[in-house]
Design a protein around this ligand. Structure first.
Ligand code: FEO
Ligand code: CA
Ligand code: CA
Ligand code: CA
Length: 592
């Protein structure tokens, strides 16, 4: 397997871990510990976690389920800090024993509402460089759930498309759904993408705007909320617009637990994976965003106003600005894009691109679409302007060192069938995914770019057409289904995966990838998560020798009665531990 490199955090790459192994695996010289686990109390008023005695009230005071986006923000003294994470969804079948009792299902529905959303948790440690502990009753501790009130901002707020019987003003939304990846802004707020919101509604899905987000009508959902909470039953004319109030980038202020979080309509509505902000040369801020669906698009948002020294003003930056969608053009003949992943004769999958405006000066420039139609039915507007259908854009993040943008394209079983091959998406049925490196050619807020494929993922031992930016494939770790990306202090790329078990047979993992010099493309595996889990939210504090990940859905293929993972407590009967069930958790990896 891979050789160690010299750039960035030093470690001996681990061997890939077989998909049946239920262990969290780190390199020699490192160890790991859970920083916080599903059910750990954030407040002393919460009871100790007991799965069989769980209540909605307890869950609303405890760490939630299925953590995804993560950031760890240290205060200037380095001894206090705050952790912010998303809780994307729940796994009813592994959280609790099977039941068909309607009263119990109703009660669990309210537990699920409290287990999703986000957590903000204060951290402390004795000295800098050490692993963190979490602070019960910390000043900043907060749970945001499916009942927390959000304010809609931007041009679609207050329009008829987002009004319901509960909110005739169209400005106040209860809850956030499907919070997947995210980003931390230069002004210290957290952005979170509402991704698979459609699955929480029973709805007719009979208009073009609805169908583009939910392809067929639905009557029953996995959480059952539609059976007792009318806002999740969009068959009811009073709530037909409720799904239009989800699918946004939300912004929360982790410093102020009393603040009202916001949903920014100016950034469009889609299955938002996340959003990552960089400040452009003209001081406007630019957010890069992926719509995670097969054959959907890559977007960017450019703020109207410039960043300033006022945090309060900066917190309004994402409410006004222009939305763009990407069109990629290859520079090799179409005949050389064969679908196997074999490089074209110029030696690269590469070319140029343009950012096509959907709004300009905050107003629709898409013929036939009002501004609110562009922002609520963004996918239809992007269809109309001829954007490039991509292989499921997940995390999209600018490198703070270089401004180059890295786009994780996780896979696309429909490439070459529902969508044609092109040089930016060149593999038929793209099973292992790829990563595009995008270089803005007219400044960060401009409308032209260059691009090349940095990685064509897969296991080079079994797949001849993997590509690692020209680095010898026999010296890299196998990697499949890139999902989240992050950067260390030197600007090396880190990639976490979701889908390796079913594609290359290994547990999902975290990798370091240098981007400069002779080591460019040298993919090195740092850790592997336990059985059936996805690696999420990597945070690389390389100067402190600390790496953090969210371990999402460990044991997802099992049931409560027949678990496939016991991560992270593994049979422990220590206080607060759960010996016999998996718990999604934040893990910190540190030097042994
Ligand atoms: Fe929730 Fe696109 O991953
Ligand atoms: Ca080319
Ligand atoms: Ca993801
Ligand atoms: Ca990221």
């Amino acid at each position: 397997f891979a050789r160690p490199g010299t750039a960035g955090l030093a470690f001996e790459p681990i061997a890939p871990v077989a998909r049946t192994v239920d262990a969290f695996t780190v390199p020699t010289g490192y160890t790991w510990s859970p920083l916080i686990r599903w059910g750990d109390p954030l407040f002393s008023s919460a009871p100790a976690f007991d799965i069989l005695a769980q209540t909605p009230e307890a869950q609303a005071l405890q760490f939630g389920y299925n953590c995804d986006y993560l950031d760890i923000l240290a205060d200037p003294n380095g001894k206090r800090g705050v952790l912010v994470t998303n809780h994307e969804y729940v796994n009813p079948g592994i959280m609790f024993p099977a039941t068909s009792d309607p009263a119990e299902l109703r009660r669990r529905g309210d537990i699920y509402k409290a287990a999703q959303g986000l957590s903000v948790v204060e951290l402390e440690r004795r000295r800098t460089g050490e692993p963190w502990g979490h602070v019960v009753d910390g000043r900043r501790n907060r749970r945001i759930t499916v009942e927390t009130v959000f304010e809609l901002t931007g041009p679609a707020a207050g329009t008829d498309l987002v009004k319901t019987a509960d909110d005739p003003e169209g400005r106040w939304v209860r809850g956030t759904l499907g919070n997947c990846a995210g980003g931390t802004t230069p002004w210290g707020t957290i952005l979170s993408g509402e991704e698979n919101f459609n699955g929480y509604f029973a709805w007719a899905a009979d208009t073009p705007g609805q169908k583009r987000y939910q392809s067929s009508p639905s009557t029953a959902t996995s959480t059952g909320w539609e059976t007792y909470d009318p806002r999740f039953n969009a068959h009811d004319p009073a709530f037909v617009n409720e799904p239009n109030r989800f699918g946004y980038i939300v912004e929360i202020d982790p410093d102020d637990p009393t603040s009202t979080p916001r949903k920014h309509t100016a950034m469009g509505r889609m299955k938002h994976e996340g959003a990552n902000v960089i400040v452009g040369h003209d001081k406007r801020v630019v957010a890069y965003m992926g719509d995670d669906e097969r054959n959907d698009y890559l977007y960017k948002f450019v703020s109207k106003h410039k960043i300033s020294g006022s945090r309060k003003k900066n917190m309004r930056l994402l409410a006004e600005g222009d939305l763009y969608v990407a069109r990629f053009t290859g520079d090799s003949p179409a005949s050389e894009i064969t679908g196997t992943g074999a490089l074209p004769s110029d030696g690269q999958f590469d070319g140029s691109g343009e950012w096509i405006p959907l709004t300009q000066n905050g107003v629709s420039v898409v013929p036939g679409f009002t501004t609110e139609q562009v922002l609520v039915f963004t996918r239809l507007a992007a269809d109309a302007v001829g954007a490039t259908k991509m292989d499921r854009p997940e995390d999209v993040e600018p490198n703070p060192k270089t401004g180059k943008v890295y786009v994780a394209l996780t896979n696309n079983s429909q490439r070459g069938s529902a969508s044609p091959l092109d040089e930016a998406n060149p593999v038929t049925g793209n099973r292992y995914g790829h990563v595009i490196e995008l270089t803005e050619t007219a400044g960060q807020s401009g409308t032209t770019f260059g691009w090349s494929i940095l990685l064509l993922c897969g296991d080079p031992a079994t797949n001849a057409n993997t590509y690692f930016a020209g680095f010898p494939s026999e010296l890299v770790s196998p990697i499949s289904c890139p999902d989240n990306v992050a950067f260390d202090s030197e600007g090396n790329l880190w990639i976490s995966t979701d889908g390796a078990p079913s594609t290359i047979g290994y547990n999902d993992a975290l990798y370091k990838v240098p981007l400069e010099g002779s080591e460019r493309g040298h993919v090195q595996q740092f850790l592997a998560v336990p059985r059936d889990a996805e690696t999420c939210g990597p945070v690389i504090h390389d100067r402190e020798g600390l790496v953090f990940v969210a371990v999402q859905h460990p044991g997802e293929e099992g049931t409560f009665d027949a678990p496939t993972s016991l991560f992270p407590d593994y049979g422990s009967t220590a206080p607060g531990a759960v010996p016999n069930a998996p718990r999604p958790s934040i893990v910190q990896v540190h030097r042994a």
